[in-house]
Design a protein around this ligand. Sequence first.
Ligand SMILES: [Zn+2]
Length: 96
Amino acid sequence: MTALTTSLRTPKRRWRLINGGMMICEFCGGQTVPRKVRKQHWLDGRLYLVENVAAEVCTDCGERYFHATALDQIDEMLKAEHPVKEHLSVEVVSFA
Ligand SMILES: [Zn+2]
């Protein structure tokens, strides 16, 4: 079971290019550790939950950073024939 963050920050800001190894969190200045996480991933207007994705996770605030190569590999995997573990139905709501 991996720790999940449900940050509502703009995803684009979190997908920074990194070269691996420890890095410093741009939000809180904490240090990151490599982890395998479950990632929400949009591709061609469809939402996927991808498990076992390599990321750098801030030990202080939980911010997650993904390798550009990992994101490209996810795109390629999803575009090709791939096994599906489970289908989920999600609610979209507005918090007002
Ligand atoms: Zn942080």
